[in-house]
Design a protein around this ligand. Structure first.
Ligand code: AP5
Ligand code: MG
Length: 253
């Protein structure tokens, strides 16, 4: 694609960034339904590699259990493959990637090489003590990755996934010691990535301490504000909104 293709680019591409437990996966699931975007979660991809005990999975397993980052080279190899798959051409949402400066730089290089651009980086902000409380009560479906919270977002039937009935699990890295290591890693290695996107004018921040539906509303507003700056995508977005309205859906702006 040549330089002019940037102007015709209508696919929606965004990053959800934030500390562990801020609600990236929860909000991504809602955005995926609304915009039919590919949801690319490096954490989910890695857990699948671990489950299948692939070479990548075996390399990542102990680091994930300890709450440390998996090497950039492994992540970038996985992401390179994923971003070349056909479903991402309609747009995508990155969740949990990039989380180091080399990952951010490589993502920008990769997208520029394909004449693709990011429309927004949405940061979910939550303080450390609330994160420890949230993650201690999280339960996840090992089959489909759907997440629940025993108080704020419980499954309809105790212990079973609403989508596929599988028994829910408490993630191995959701114990207090590992959560605190993950938080330290986030502050040290991922906050500079937030700064990196802020300097490029892409960052929108949402307070993630509110109830899930409120956060969803502010994420949507942040997205609208970002899209208002990029006209071809804004046009696509208007189409999505008018289709939703004609189906009886509402847009809370
Ligand atoms: P990953 O799976 O990405 O974990 P994370 O970033 O630590 O984030 P979480 O999935 O724990 O939280 P979330 O923000 O998705 O919150 P959720 O929506 O579930 O990564 C795991 C590991 O893989 C890493 O530690 C690392 O080892 C490795 N890794 C992954 N990507 C990597 C990369 N790029 N580079 C290197 N290593 C990588 O919500 C949390 C809970 O809160 C749930 O119970 C939910 O129901 C509840 N909740 C959500 N929103 C609300 C709300 N508004 N109010 C109340 N409760 C809420
Ligand atoms: Mg997640």
């Amino acid at each position: 694609m040549g330089a002019t293709d940037f102007r015709q680019d209508t696919a929606l591409r965004l990053i959800l960034i934030g500390p562990p437990g801020a609600g990236k996966g929860t909000q991504a699931a809602r955005l995926r339904e609304r915009y039919q975007l590919a949801h690319i979660s490096t954490g989910d991809m890695l857990r699948e590699e671990v489950r299948r005990q692939t070479p990548h999975g075996r390399q990542a397993q102990a680091l994930m259990a300890a709450g440390k980052l998996v090497p950039d080279a492994l992540i970038l190899e996985m992401i390179g493959v994923r971003l070349s798959q056909p479903d991402v051409s309609r747009g995508f949402m990155l969740d949990g990637f990039p989380r180091s400066q080399p990952q951010a730089a490589e993502l920008c290089r990769l997208l520029a090489g394909q004449a693709r651009r990011l429309q927004a980086v949405i940061q979910l902000k939550l303080d450390d003590e609330e994160i420890v409380r949230r993650l201690s009560l999280r339960r996840s479906c090992p089959e489909c990755g759907r997440v629940y919270h025993l108080c704020s977002n419980p499954p309809r039937q105790t212990g079973a996934c609403d989508a596929d009935g599988h028994s829910l699990v408490h993630r191995e890295d959701d114990n207090e010691l590992t959560i605190r290591t993950r938080l330290a890693v986030y502050h040290e290695q991922t906050e500079p990535v937030v700064e990196f996107f802020s300097r490029r004018g892409l960052l929108r921040t949402v307070d993630a301490s509110r109830p899930i539906e409120h956060v969803e509303h502010y994420v949507e507003r942040a997205l609208q504000a970002a899209l208002a700056q990029t006209s071809p995508v804004r046009n696509l977005y208007r189409v999505a909104v008018s289709k939703r309205r004609s189906r009886g859906g509402s847009l809370r702006a």
